[in-house]
Design a protein. Structure first.
Length: 134
């Protein structure tokens, strides 16, 4: 059982690193405005489609002028009924404000990502949240 907890902890720590950044330059999570996106790829078992999607997504995030922090994920294996593992990828992006998030929607990097990748997915769901102040 301890081995499973170690593997899960290692996976969480590994996934929290932003691509293209070393641990010393990682940004802290910004809870002001959180944009959570779930993607269902047309061909989730296609390594080619996954690589295209991930490459386009990372390029977009590396060139976004408005995102503060980001996380790219995929569903874990879970036997709990409350866990929806039907998506192929998740994206969590934070912003300084709702206004920054709106600018991000229309920025060149975001529009290019949609142009490059929209043919790869058949469903996208977005959940936006603002942080609760103490």
């Amino acid at each position: 059982m301890n081995k499973i907890y170690f593997i899960l902890l290692f996976a969480l720590v590994s996934m929290s690193s932003s691509y293209g950044q070393d641990e010393n330059s990682m940004k802290n999570f910004n809870p002001t405005f959180v944009h959570t996106v779930f993607f269902w790829l047309n061909n989730p078992d296609s390594d080619t489609d996954r690589k295209k999607f991930e490459t386009s997504l990372r390029k977009f995030l590396d060139n976004s002028l408005y995102t503060k922090t980001n996380f790219i994920g995929y569903p874990p294996v879970s036997k709990r009924e409350v866990v929806d593992g039907s998506f192929t990828y998740s994206l969590v992006v934070t912003f300084d404000s709702a206004e920054s998030q709106q600018l991000y929607q229309e920025e060149k990097a975001h529009l290019l990502f949609i142009e490059e990748s929209s043919k790869l997915w058949n469903k996208v769901i977005v959940y936006d949240s603002m942080g609760v102040t103490p």
